[in-house]
Design a protein around this ligand. Structure first.
Ligand code: ZN
Length: 215
């Protein structure tokens, strides 16, 4: 089934330009593995980038600059590098699979709240990629964000702010969003989430679940 919700155009363009951090690139690459629409879009962006450079008159830049830009275009854009030997858990798209042990239970899962666990996969420069497991029917305590949060569904699904997200879908939350996503009933929801700032819990429930502040 094709995804309904996709990363924003800004992220697709940055991915096509090879300028994303590793965590965001991992999420984008994982989404692209499941989404023909975004694969085509990134292909268009890459082709457009090449066409713009070809249209430039050599006099617009020093000859050396043009040669160096053209040489750069021949280099493949940076892509996430596997941290674990290939052969990760089946059912999850590559390249994410290559970051994981064969049994994802072997990851250092940390309980955040009743029925909610996370395992950090990558972090650096304030940007973090983690897997989230949310038990069937569990609601995540209401929270806001100090920055951007991008969440992709790998298994199961969740609803948030009136929208339903299924496998392959990407939910984008900016600093203005305060929300309380709820996993669908039936099966545990497994997500890949990338955040560029700690989550901020709101309300009394937030104050009661301090471990969440570690997010
Ligand atoms: Zn897409």
């Amino acid at each position: 089934m094709n995804a309904t919700f996709h990363p924003s155009d800004e992220f697709l363009m940055a991915y096509g330009a090879g300028s994303l951090d590793e965590s965001s690139a991992l999420l984008l690459a994982t989404h692209l593995a499941l989404c023909p629409r975004c694969r085509a879009e990134v292909g268009r962006i890459e082709a457009l980038g090449g066409a713009i450079i070809e249209d430039l008159e050599p006099s617009d830049m020093g000859a050396d600059a043009l040669v160096s830009v053209l040489a750069k275009l021949d280099e493949p854009p940076p892509r996430p590098q596997p941290r674990c030997p290939a052969g990760g858990p089946s059912g999850l798209p590559s390249p994410l699979r290559d970051y994981l042990p064969a049994d994802i239970d072997a990851l250092p899962w940390k309980r955040l709240a009743a029925g909610i666990e996370q395992a950090i996969l990558l972090q650096g420069r304030g940007i973090r990629a983690r897997l989230l497991r949310i038990g069937a029917g569990i609601t995540v305590p209401e929270h806001g964000h100090g920055g951007m949060e991008m969440t992709m569904v790998l298994r199961g699904g969740f609803s948030d702010l009136g929208r339903g997200y299924a496998r392959g879908d990407v939910a984008m939350a900016d600093p203005q969003v305060v929300h309380s996503p709820a996993a669908d009933g039936g099966e545990t929801c497994l997500c890949l989430a990338v955040t560029d700032a700690p989550l901020k819990l709101t309300g009394l429930v937030g104050m009661l679940v301090n471990p969440f502040l570690d997010l």
